[in-house]
Design a protein around this ligand. Structure first.
Ligand code: MN
Length: 200
């Protein structure tokens, strides 16, 4: 059974950048629905016991009759599980990931510009990610609930750009949401993700 993970912080911990009401609805309703629908999809199938990471990394081996449901709802589960962990206020960037960003993007400012452009350039619902691919940092976008694990990429950082993640506070202003989001990146967790991704 896939379960909804508890947040490691209070619903209002990311205020004023991400508001409490959005966090409650996003975690308790949207994320819970992905968990429920994933459980429904895999029930009684050959992949019922697979962890969500394996489902997403190995979609080709998920039975065809449930593959689309697993792609959508499994992606919804993994992406949100991951997203909550990389959010925290007032965490300075760590040296390992800062050095890698300077090396692969030229400077932090250039990285920030490119990442923000990816967020604003994602047409419709989806995600923007910082991933590690063959030892190199890369910015990728995914549509709907698609997940970089399915493309063999190792996620380090992500932002949810579905309207449900920002509409209550920012309405249609995705640019304001991404500006605010830079204040709640948990760089300590991103550093951990980076170190782990280098080892794998
Ligand atoms: Mn979401």
């Amino acid at each position: 059974m896939h379960v909804l993970p508890k947040l490691a912080y209070a619903y209002n911990a990311l205020e004023p950048f991400i508001d409490e009401q959005t966090m409650i609805l996003h975690h308790d309703k949207h994320h819970q629905t992905y968990v429920d629908k994933l459980n429904e999809a895999v029930k009684g199938s050959a992949v019922e016991s697979w962890p969500v990471e394996k489902l997403m990394a190995d979609l080709d081996h998920v039975p065809e009759s449930i593959r689309t449901a697993v792609r959508n709802h499994g992606g919804g589960v993994f992406n949100h599980n991951f997203f909550w962990t990389i959010l925290k206020k007032d965490v300075p960037i760590s040296s390992g990931i800062a050095t890698a960003i300077d090396k692969d993007f030229g400077s932090f400012e250039k990285f920030k510009e490119q990442f923000t452009a990816a967020v604003l350039g994602q047409f419709g619902s989806g995600w923007a990610w910082l991933v590690l691919t063959k030892g190199k940092l890369e910015i990728v976008k995914t549509s709907n609930q698609d997940c970089p694990l399915s493309d063999g990429k190792k996620p380090l950082l992500c932002i949810d750009v579905w309207e449900h993640s920002y509409y209550l506070r920012y309405f249609n202003r995705r640019a304001d949401y991404v500006d605010a989001w830079w204040n709640v990146v948990n760089w300590e967790q991103v550093e951990k993700n980076y170190e782990l991704a280098l080892k794998r």
